[in-house]
Structure formats: C-alpha cells, structure tokens
Design a protein. Structure first.
Length: 320
C-alpha cells in the first residue's frame, strides 16, 4: 500500500471535491433512519484506490462511508496499543470495520493452501483484536481437472479448516458465488455459480459460521430475484457487493471484469436487491465493486467521491 499523494496541480480540485462530498455525506447521514442497519462500505481496491489502514479511515470519514475494509496483514503488524488507538480513531469518526478478505489460496495446490493456513491464525487473532467479525472470499465457478463432486469435496474440506480457525475467534466466513457465464465457459467442469449451489457447498462445509457474500452482479447473472434473497436469514449474509452492468450487452456475453457503479445504467435492479436485504434486516457492509477502468484511473479522492455519490443514491432507494 502506498500513501495518498497530492500534487499542487490537483490540490484545489481535491479540496473542492472534499467539501462537496462532506456536505453530501452530512446531509445523507442526517436522513439515515435507525431502520437501516446495513452500512455503506469503502473497499478501496475495488475502485482503484491504494492506501493503508489509517489513510482508509480518513478517506471514509471525508466521503461519508460508514464502514471500511479491514486489512488483516497490516492489523497483524500492529501492537495491542496501536490497535486500540486505531479503534478509538474510528469511533471518533463514526466508522466501523466491515468484512476482511480471506488471504489464503484454497483453490489450487495443496502446498500453497497449507502454507497459507499456517500463517492464518496470526491474522485471525489480529482481526479479533480489532473487533472484526466478518471475512469473505469468492468461489471459482469451474475447474479444468476436478469434476463438480471432486471440487465440492475439496472446497468442503479446506473451507472447513478455515472456518474452524475463524469460528474460534467469533468471525464469520462469507462465500461469494460467481455467476458470469463467460467466465464459467472457460472451464471444462462447471462448479458452484448460483445461490442454491452455494447452499449445498455451505452444507458440505458443515460449519455454523459460514454464510454468503451476495453480489448484485452475480445475483443478476444467475437469473435470481429478490425472492431468492428472501429465502435467506439476515445472519446468513456476511457481506454484500453492489454494482451495475454495461448497457446493450446480452447477459450471457457480459464480462466479469467490466462493470459499472450502482445505478449507472439501470441494467441490474439495484433497488430490488437492496430492499430485499432491508426486508431481511441485514446489518453488514455493502461495497461498490465495479471493476471499472475509468474509475480506477482516477486519483483517490475523486474515485471515492464518485463511488460515495453512487452508493448514497442507491441507498436512497431503500424503503424504511
């Protein structure tokens, strides 16, 4: 991670953007009702922002985000006192931690998985000290050598080991199914890519602290609706991602790494997605994950301002 840098050329633009964002954030916060429990989360890597944990807190506060991604490896390097100071700073700025990203490669070689698992308890301990209770990862929707059943058994065994470590520290693990057809078509054998199949994988894992990461993109690509979301309980959902799809492209030809910010095109029914979560009483982070090159090419402040604006407009569609 590198620090935020500002050139003289862009200083005034950043100042102006910050004032507008802060004004919008204050207005939005004032309108927030106690009925909404989910938080607008800043996950910087998904919008091309590269910062450390403290810088992320400042960006989130400046732009009205309510929660942020915890960086497990960075938190693991902090002392107990440093962690305590960090949490105090977050409380003062009304920012909480959302879901961390799973740092273990569980999809490939056994040796890499074992290596990641050895170091994992240290990261999990650091997350617990930082009062983090959520972690998420995604499931590759196919494999070129393992059949569906073989892959299900391997995922079940490995993810159970991960879930057990997290469970001992009261951290939940969320699994994100990937519904994009063009990605699935790259593999010889298909794997989990719908909500129903993810339920089967969770049953295979057999750990009480395993649930879902719901992504509006994959939910839409899997041809699911709000009715599918309403088959879940709020506590089964660990984290959520929000985005839109490029217009004019058939669903079966959409590319996973080419998305839009929420409400940019109106292709994905963001309002239906969010209101189903609201109806369930979901209380976790909702993150923009547009994988959008023009957004990624912006400087940090502008990328955060545009993302905050899109997320706030999307959240304004939530019915109390």
């Amino acid at each position: 991670m590198h620090s935020l840098t500002f050139s003289r050329r862009t200083a005034l633009k950043h100042l102006s953007t910050g004032i507008v964002a802060a004004t919008f954030a204050h207005s939005f916060a004032a309108e927030r009702t106690s009925a909404r429990k989910m938080t607008i989360n800043l996950m910087p890597g998904m919008i091309g922002v590269r910062v450390n944990q403290r810088e992320l807190i400042e960006l989130a506060h400046a732009h009205g985000f309510e929660s942020i991604e915890p960086f497990g490896s960075e938190l693991a390097r902090m002392s107990a006192d440093e962690t305590k100071e960090l949490l105090e700073s977050m409380r003062a700025k009304h920012v909480v931690f959302g879901a961390a990203s799973l740092p273990i490669d569980f999809r490939g070689e056994e040796s890499k998985f074992d290596e990641g698992l050895r170091d994992f308890p240290k990261i999990a301990d650091a997350l617990k000290r930082a009062e983090v209770t959520r972690m998420g990862t995604w499931i590759m929707p196919g494999d070129n050598s393992l059949t569906h059943l073989q892959n299900l058994k391997r995922h079940g065994k490995r993810l159970r080991q991960i879930a057990d470590i997290l469970g001992e520290r009261n951290i939940r693990l969320g699994l994100e199914y990937v519904g994009t057809k063009t990605l699935r078509d790259r593999f010889h054998y298909e794997f989990v890519h719908t909500m129903a199949e993810t339920k089967e994988l969770i049953a295979q894992i057999g750990a009480k602290n395993v649930g879902f990461v719901l992504d509006s993109w994959h939910w839409w690509n899997a041809n699911e609706t709000d009715k599918d979301i309403l088959t879940l309980q709020a506590e089964q959902i660990v984290a959520c991602d929000l985005n839109d799809a490029p217009a004019g492209i058939p669903k079966e030809k959409q590319i996973d790494g080419q998305r839009e910010l929420p409400l940019a095109t109106g292709v994905i029914p963001v309002e239906s997605f969010l209101n189903a979560l609201q109806k369930l009483g979901y209380d976790g982070p909702v993150r923009a994950e547009p994988f959008n090159k023009p957004l990624n090419d912006l400087e940090n402040e502008e990328a955060c301002a545009r993302t905050a604006d899109a997320m706030q407009r999307a959240f304004a569609l939530i019915k109390a």
